[in-house]
Ligand binder design. Structure first.
Ligand code: B12
Length: 298
């Protein structure tokens, strides 16, 4: 099941209605609608034609125009709770998005740690909270309401919070199965491989992410030297499908030589690309990695 389907990320609403904006700013709803229609506030429309304003744009508008946010919480009241399959995950997504765009490192860490405890696993934290929030950030980047520096900073803040989870997890026991992974050259996406490491650590693996943008040869060396039980590759961006297939084949060969299972995942692994690759498992969500890892280690 694709992460997007499972989480209905598209129906994950973080934009506010004119009524919510009005309540937050302490002005009338008709003023807000007028600002929307005059282009002072960047506005999108719901499928039913209702105006929606991104929370980040409301904050920017208030700052630029010197408006006081009298009731900021009004922006985060879910007007359509029945749309969400899990209200707690929806609340965590909202808080996380707000904290990321406000560059509030402490709140990001607190929200991620709370969501981890509430969801009960790193894979659920990833699939239900972090991934949909970043999908939304990506959509905003496409619409031009989030800048590249904000996107990058958001990744940094999440990495910091993940380090706290890392510290809270028990040290792997002697004899714990090893796992290593990362991304190949041309692929800068650092969150999925960091999350895969924590998913596996939580399941009792001695897991290490080697990071991003790695020559296949060096991953192959790591596999030969460390003899892991599981190797993962995350594919978030493909520059050249043939090059990816060649790099992947090198890692797969190294994994086969030491008897490791190669697990692949990532947004850019479309069926046409996957057909050229050999692997033990393809996962489109971290929950699949957790299940596979448990089965392998049973
Ligand atoms: C942050 C970000 C960046 C950052 C990355 C920084 C960093 N340190 O990682 C930067 C600014 C570098 C960047 C660059 C680019 N980006 Co960008 N980026 C994003 C963004 C907002 C978030 C990515 C992310 O980390 N998501 C969170 C992770 C956890 O989610 P995920 O990768 O989907 O992982 C889930 C599953 O795929 C799975 N999974 C993933 N890997 C693995 C591995 C295993 C083993 C398993 C089991 C599972 C698994 O598990 C996760 C579920 O929990 C996305 C939007 C989005 N939808 O994700 C756009 C997005 C991916 N970027 C996009 C684009 C276009 C680009 C650029 C091409 C822009 C450009 N013109 O230069 C470049 C490409 C890279 C390059 N040329 O170097 C597009 C891609 C569109 C497309 N269809 O290909 C997106 C979708 C934005 C958009 N909506 O248009 N980006």
């Amino acid at each position: 099941m694709a992460a997007e389907q499972h989480l209905s990320a598209k129906s994950f609403i973080i934009d506010a209605s004119p009524k919510q904006v009005a309540a937050a700013l302490g002005v009338s709803e008709s003023s807000v609608k007028r600002w929307c229609d005059r282009g002072h506030l960047a506005t999108s429309r719901t499928p039913g034609g209702h105006r929606r304003v991104a929370v980040a744009d409301v904050l920017r508008f208030a700052r630029d125009r010197g408006h006081v946010l009298r009731a900021p919480s009004a922006l985060f009241v879910d007007e359509e709770p029945s749309r969400s399959p899990s209200p707690t995950a929806a609340a965590a997504r909202r808080t996380l998005m707000h904290a990321l765009l406000a560059d509030d490192a402490e709140r990001v860490a607190a929200t991620i740690l709370d969501a981890w405890r509430a969801r009960g696993s790193v894979h659920a934290l990833s699939d239900e909270v972090i991934t949909p929030v970043f999908a939304e950030i990506g959509e905003r980047w496409e619409r031009g309401t989030v800048d590249v520096y904000e996107e990058r900073r958001a990744c940094e803040l999440v990495h910091r919070a993940l380090r706290e989870i890392d510290r809270a997890l028990p040290v792997p026991g002697r004899g714990a199965p090893r796992a290593i992974g990362g991304t190949l050259e041309g692929d800068p996406f650092s969150l999925p491989t960091a999350l895969a490491e924590l998913v596996l650590r939580e399941r009792g693996y001695d897991a290490s992410s080697l990071g991003t943008w790695l020559p296949a040869e060096t991953i192959a060396h790591a596999v030969s030297a460390r003899r892991p039980r599981l190797v993962w590759l995350s594919v978030g961006h493909v520059v050249d499908a043939r090059r990816l297939a060649a790099g992947h084949a090198r890692v797969e060969e190294a994994a086969r030589t030491v008897g490791a299972s190669l697990v692949v995942g990532g947004r850019a692994l479309e069926p046409a690309v996957r057909k050229q690759l050999r692997y033990a498992a393809f996962c489109d969500a971290m929950g699949h990695l957790a299940s596979f890892a448990d089965a392998l280690h049973a």
